[in-house]
Design a protein. Structure first.
Length: 515
């Protein structure tokens, strides 16, 4: 027994999660942290922890009198594995049938009193990030990081086996990679090929470009009925080029008037809608603010338009197209979380394709790239040299996203490989010939020498790791994450540096020098 490190072979022969009855009688060495300590009349029982688990070790008085151990002390122990008495077996622990009778203990490192208990799950996030090196000892954090490592390594091994150049090649490759990744890292079989949706189809059916396909509740077009409706708000909206769409909530999901007026309506308004109309479907006219506009034959006509049954609830938004999509998309997601809770191991993927190529900004009166200026258009003629604003707004791109359970996992696109098309895109974005040469001459020159068609895609590995663990935040799959304000609470970065250090790297700062 030694009270501090004095040399010798202190390295472990086994881990703290490894010992079983088959090891009884063996002399082994364990390394780990002191997790818990209990005094039973001069005999000390200690739970020793490493990333693999916990093992109970027993210290006699000859050792415990000489070495005072505290939480998170790092130790090496040598001893003999013995079987626990039947009444002392811990069935909740893999190592619960044995314990280690220690005859030698070496303190490798003493610990100050930790700022929080390792097993405390309610520790404030700021405290966990400030002492991240301690937080990383928590089994939950270690499990997350091991999972992330398995996902990334499985994906890399799959990538080592083929390459790609266009959409179909990318889709097939990534589907194979993710299928192998989920199988190897999680033991889950995902179905391929993934569903494919154009951007327009996704927006029309779900109101968002990253739809959660684990539940239905699709948006319904109500324009034809609204145009003939006696409800002036709907009729005028359609006449002025707006849209009227609805979401039908089955009767079995039971939404009350209070749920609608206190929950759904404020959510729709926060998404930009002027209001939310609703109707409890009924062939006799139903119930709700729209009931008086659905009298007689109108009720049955509207139910046919909605595909609704007696007693179903329909909520409507009438507005500009983008507002209708956004408001109903938010409502659909909220209802999905309430009525269709996630099931462990359920993953639904989809490729969303053919995004708009350009977006018009009224304030600056110019186009911007919807994806980025190097994304290839589906129509390589770009509508012709005389294309007007409407034609340019209708142009689609060869961009694509991969979504899973309502989250975007990554984006990619087929790139422009023709110099003339790239110059035309720059011109549409308000980048003139001189600026093109100044900023992008290297690219335009490279494309002028017979560049091949090429494409790419990248997935957010940390987001994928977090989502497959059921986490909404990637913080708990990163060893040393930043806060939302991009600060590192553990080391205090970013911080000011001395002027001479900035001079060395030819950087000028607008911040006043530190005192």
């Amino acid at each position: 027994m030694t009270a501090q490190r004095t040399g010798g072979d202190w390295r472990r022969t086994h881990t703290c999660g490894e010992l079983r009855k088959s090891h009884v009688g063996q002399t082994i060495v364990l390394n780990g942290w002191v997790h818990k300590r209990r005094d039973h009349g001069g005999i000390y029982f200690i739970d020793l922890r490493d990333r693999y688990g916990l093992t109970q070790i027993v210290l006699g008085t000859n050792i415990s009198d000489a070495v005072k151990l505290g939480p998170e002390d790092t130790v090496s122990v040598t001893g003999r594995v013995v079987a626990r008495e039947p009444q002392n077996v811990n069935p909740e622990r893999d190592t619960g049938e044995v314990e280690l009778m220690v005859d030698r203990l070496e303190v490798l490192s003493k610990s100050r009193t930790p700022p929080f208990q390792i097993e405390d799950e309610d520790t404030a996030v700021e405290t966990r990030l400030r002492y991240r090196y301690i937080d990383l000892r928590r089994p939950g954090m270690q499990k997350n990081l091991v999972h992330r490592s398995r996902v990334i390594n499985a994906m890399r091994r799959s990538f080592e086996r083929q390459s790609f150049v266009e959409e179909s090649d990318i889709f097939a490759t990534w589907e194979k990679v993710l299928q192998e990744t989920f199988r190897e890292a999680m033991g889950i079989e995902i179905q391929v090929p993934f569903q494919r949706l154009s951007w327009t189809e996704a927006m029309e059916r779900y109101g968002v470009d990253k739809p959660d396909l684990r539940f239905g509740l699709e948006l319904v077009e109500c324009g034809p009925w609204a145009a003939q409706s006696s409800f002036k708000v709907f009729a005028d909206c359609v006449a002025n080029g707006g849209r009227v769409k609805a979401l039908v909530v089955p009767k079995a999901l039971e939404l009350s008037r209070k749920d609608i007026e206190s929950g759904l309506e404020p959510l729709a308004k926060s998404a930009g809608a002027k209001g939310l109309a609703w109707w409890r479907c009924g062939k006799d006219g139903g119930v709700g603010p729209l009931a008086r506009f659905a009298a007689g034959e109108q009720a049955e006509a509207l139910m046919r338009q909605l595909g609704a049954e007696e007693g179903d609830l329909a909520v409507f938004v009438a507005d500009r197209q983008k507002v209708v999509w956004r408001a109903l998309g938010e409502l659909r997601n909220a209802l999905g979380k309430r009525f269709f809770p996630a099931k462990p191991g359920e993953f639904r993927f989809a490729w969303v394709t053919e995004f708009p190529l350009l977006e018009w900004d009224d304030e600056s009166a110019r186009f911007f790239s919807a994806h980025h200026p190097f994304t290839a258009p589906i129509d390589w003629s770009l509508g012709g040299q005389d294309a007007d604003k409407a034609k340019l707004e209708a142009l689609l791109s060869r961009a694509y996203d991969l979504v899973m359970n309502g989250w975007e996992l990554g984006s990619g696109s087929v790139r422009i490989h023709r110099s003339d098309v790239q110059q035309r895109i720059f011109t549409l974005l308000g980048i003139g010939p001189e600026e093109q040469q100044k900023k992008f001459s290297f690219l335009l020159e490279a494309l002028s020498f017979g560049a091949p068609p090429h494409a790419g895609f990248a997935v957010g590995l940390d987001r994928l790791s977090a989502l497959t663990l059921g986490l909404d935040n990637i913080r708990d799959v990163l060893a040393f994450p930043k806060t939302a304000s991009a600060t590192d609470l553990m080391c205090g970065a970013p911080s000011q540096v001395e002027a001479r250090q900035l001079e060395e790297v030819h950087v000028r700062s607008v911040l006043p020098p530190s005192k």
